[in-house]
Design a protein around this ligand. Structure first.
Ligand code: URA
Length: 435
């Protein structure tokens, strides 16, 4: 086969056969197909699309380009979760131990933050000593002993996706639903879980801006997973405002700990219940949503989810004193400054992307992969959409490395809040479930 023929076929709107897709990915991974040819093919896909069979073939070809984890000797059913990313999204830190607490085996590989949204690996690494780089043997042992692991991706997980994603990033070919779906699902399939719940976020503070795009992405990923023999469902959840109150690595760990101890913000708690209920039902532990929710609530109320979190932190080398006590050992910013409301009003909108970018500027995120981050900095919201604020009441607290950093971003944070004289309802958190 010749790459040029496959590029031309896609350019002209044709569908590549399974053999052609597997050949293209294998040849690209081996360095036989050049970056410029792959970039041309990716652009043809952006413009012409791919059908569900082609997208599934691409996913499987990329998944099989490296290690395919098989955990069936450890557990008959393992579960995993993926979020398409959003500002303040610390759901994995709560959902993974919660799912483990009801008896599910959670085998999760997570990523680092990039752009305006954070990443679970960075958040966990704000716990002193916590190791997210585990060998495959350690990953398997954690699932076997504690029913729970959250780690970074192993080096040989879907290498074809790693190479292609880096290329798409610099050739304006990220924005394609089939390419995104195949990229995400190749890593999920390679990581081995039988049941996968996808949290597909839409809105201002999410990768997918519109509900329509999020729905299409969710449908595509669910179809791929099911064709590949996994049990998959997706939840479409709103990022029209940040999730919970904390944005920033250690601040989000604090909020996750509070949630696991029964004091979480209502939106975060509800999202964890909805996603957890999907996993419980996919794994066959409950027949319906009500039964699944009851199981999860009991695990939270009885402190079992919190116990699982502590067991995970201990196994992965984290300092338990940092999370058990008054969290004094978690990184803390030296400067905490309130941002105050200029006038009385109802919070009508909060631009999550602006807040996420502001946290990056404080040092809490990265623009480039090699940037280092400050785990202590971030924001804690004091008012969310629908709240009535009085003049001078705090809208949020800025946690910064110094007063100058806080002062520099304050005007942009203020611009991210829209106040209205008339009451505004909070946007719905969950739009629909795609199964
Ligand atoms: N995240 C991924 O893993 N892949 C994409 O293509 C886009 C976002």
């Amino acid at each position: 086969m010749r790459a040029v023929d496959l590029i031309a076929k896609k350019r002209d709107g044709g569908a590549l056969s399974s053999d052609e897709i597997f050949w293209l990915i294998d040849a690209y991974t081996a360095g036989v197909v050049a970056d410029y040819q792959m970039a041309a093919w990716a652009m043809a896909v952006v413009l012409r699309g791919m059908d569900v069979r082609e997208t599934t073939d691409l996913t499987l070809a990329m998944a099989r380009s490296g290690d395919m984890l098989d955990l069936h000797d450890i557990a008959p059913i393992t579960v995993d979760k993926h979020s398409t990313g959003g500002v303040g999204d610390k759901t994995t830190l709560v959902l993974a131990p919660l799912a483990a607490a009801v008896g599910l085996r959670v085998a999760k590989m997570s990523g680092r933050g990039l752009g305006f949204s954070g990443g679970t690996v960075d958040k966990l690494e704000s716990i002193p000593g916590f190791r997210t780089t585990l060998s495959t043997a350690e990953f398997r042992t954690a699932v076997e002993r504690h029913g729970l692991v959250v780690a970074g991706q192993t080096a040989d997980l879907a290498p074809a996706d790693k190479k292609l994603y880096a290329l798409r990033d610099v050739t304006a070919t990220v924005e394609s639903i089939p390419l995104i779906a195949a990229s995400v699902m190749s890593k999920k399939l390679a990581a081995g879980a039988d049941c996968i719940v996808l949290d597909v976020k839409y809105g201002q503070g999410a990768f997918m801006r519109t509900l329509d795009d999020a729905r299409q992405l969710a449908q595509s990923m669910v179809a791929i997973g099911q064709r590949a023999g996994r049990r998959v469902s997706a939840v479409l959840s709103s990022m029209e405002q940040p999730l919970g109150l904390g944005i920033g690595n250690a601040l989000e760990v604090r909020e996750a700990i509070a949630t696991l101890r029964g004091n979480g913000p209502p939106d975060l708690v509800e999202l964890c219940r909805v996603l957890g209920a999907q996993l419980v039902q996919l794994a066959g532990l409950a027949a319906d949503e009500a039964g699944a929710r009851a199981l999860l609530q009991r695990a939270l109320d009885e402190g079992k989810a919190w116990e699982r979190f502590c067991a995970m932190v201990a196994f992965q080398g984290g300092d338990l004193h940092a999370i058990e006590g008054a969290d004094a050992l978690l990184p803390t910013a030296p400067v905490v400054v309130p941002l105050r409301a200029p006038q009385r009003g109802y919070v009508a909108a909060i631009d999550g992307q602006s807040l996420g970018l502001a946290v990056n500027e404080l040092g809490g995120g990265r623009e480039r992969k090699e940037d280092t981050i400050d785990p202590a900095v971030g924001l804690v919201l004091a008012a969310k959409v629908g709240d009535l604020v009085e003049p001078d009441a705090p809208l949020l607290a800025i946690h910064a490395a110094n007063a100058a950093d806080a002062a520099r971003i304050a005007p942009r944070l203020l611009a991210a809040y829209r106040l209205s004289t008339t009451p505004t309802a909070a946007p719905p958190l969950i739009e629909e479930i795609v199964a």
